[in-house]
Design a protein around this ligand. Structure first.
Ligand SMILES: Cc1ncc(COP(=O)(O)O)c(C=O)c1O
Length: 406
């Protein structure tokens, strides 16, 4: 397996590339050169390592979920605790890297798109820490369902740019952020939040997120003296999953499972499972698996998890799927909700709705592992942001004692 992709034009096999209006090309060239230089500069890497350690709190633990493993009745399940990072998700790994790059490029303002609010929050946080001004595009629907993150971003001095178009979710927010950047790249850096978009973003975001897999590889070898059998991660755009998978790509015995949002069912518009049920197409500047209708128009999507509610997926995952290296499956809203609750009760860890999808995958009867097998789940974020939404769905009222409470 070639871990050296993409090629010089940003292609992972037949996926990736740069499908953008001419006016955006200078911005992408500028970014590509700046990143190439930074990537080879030891002082940039050192500075990034410093902030990942001292500010974000890395390395994140690789925790053996003992009670969860026992209840499943199969092999050991470890969780890579990205939820313990500052700001509560893996997104900070990427935003610290990109914000340092923005500073190196002399930019004064950063912009970002966000769905679940975790990427927006991580960008707002890094911008506050480094003294940059920050605008975050967010769809109205996501502003409604991710209130805690909206409040946090505002507290950090970020301006929320509400997006009223389309389904008012992540795709629409990304459209608006790209539009802003096209007109503002002279002084503005666009911190893209996943391994999507035109080259060099899928490569760059993957590089920044690969810290997850590098640590996990080292940690599992220390704990078990061998590599895991399965890596399991949820997929929105694909950054936490490729971050975990990439350092294991050359290890052929390690199987990789991408878990997508099966939403309410397999009908178009009811889910967001682009790898499972999409077809190759172009979205937000690169070629990958896309959910589209018969006319090739990007289709509406649905997921209870706002971070998965996106009709595309990164080109590298698309390539890995096309070669058979990556397996994928989709988990429904209900399964994710059940896993959210089950994992909280049995492990004392409230997962984000996004990674509850990865947990739910392993909970399916047919996916139980053998006793001598080891799995690692990427716990991409914590569930604080989802409490209001889940509380409402489950009918949990914080002001009223439950019947079985004292
Ligand atoms: C906690 C969490 N997990 C996963 C995702 C999905 O993104 P990605 O596939 O890029 O990791 C998000 C996106 O917002 C998120 O907030």
């Amino acid at each position: 397996m070639n871990a050296e992709l993409p090629d010089g034009a940003g292609y992972f096999g037949g996926f990736g590339g740069r499908f953008v209006p001419e006016t955006l090309m200078p911005a992408l060239h500028q970014l590509e050169h700046a990143y190439e230089e930074a990537r080879q500069d030891e002082s940039f890497q050192k500075e990034l390592d410093y902030y990942l350690r001292e500010y974000a709190g890395r390395p994140s633990p690789l925790y053996l979920a003992e009670r969860f493993s026992e209840r499943l009745g199969g092999g050991k399940v470890y969780v890579k605790r990205e939820d313990l990072n500052h700001t509560g998700a893996h997104k900070i790994n990427n935003t610290l890297g990109q914000t340092l790059l923005a500073l190196r490029m002399g930019k004064k303002r950063v912009i970002a798109e966000t769905g679940a609010g975790q990427h927006g929050l991580a960008t707002a946080t890094a911008a506050a820490m480094f003294g940059l001004s920050c605008d975050v595009y967010m769809g109205d629907e996501d502003i409604r369902r991710q209130k805690p993150n909206v409040l946090k971003m505002r507290l950090l001095g970020t301006r929320i740019m509400p997006v009223h178009t389309g389904a008012k979710t992540l795709k629409d927010a990304t459209n608006e952020a790209l539009r802003d950047w096209m007109a503002s790249f002279e002084d503005t850096y666009y911190v893209l939040g996943s391994v999507v978009g035109p080259h060099p973003y899928p490569m760059m975001v993957r590089d920044f997120q690969s810290i997850i897999g590098r640590e996990a590889r080292r940690q599992i070898l220390e704990k078990e003296n061998r590599l895991p059998d399965y890596l399991v991660a949820c997929v929105g755009g694909g950054s936490n999953s490729i971050g975990l998978f990439h350092p294991f790509l050359g290890d052929e015995s390690v199987r990789m499972l991408a878990v997508e949002a099966g939403g309410r069912g397999s009908g178009l518009g009811e889910h967001a499972a682009s790898l499972c049920w999409g077809a190759p197409g172009v979205l937000h500047g690169s070629k990958s698996y896309i959910l589209q209708d018969e006319d090739g128009q990007t289709s509406p999507v649905h997921s209870l998890a706002p971070g998965l509610d996106y009709p595309g997926v990164g080109p590298e995952l698309s390539f890995l799927k096309s070669t058979g290296r990556l397996q994928c499956d989709a988990v429904t809203d209900q399964e994710a909700l059940d896993a959210f609750r089950f994992f909280a009760e049995i492990e004392g860890i409230i997962p984000a709705l996004e990674c509850a999808h990865a947990i739910a995958y392993l909970m399916r009867e047919e996916n139980r592992t053998a006793e001598d097998e080891i799995s690692i789940i990427c716990m991409s974020g914590r569930g604080d942001k989802d409490l209001f939404e889940v509380g409402e769905i489950l009918g949990l009222d914080s002001s009223e004692p439950q019947e079985d409470e004292g």
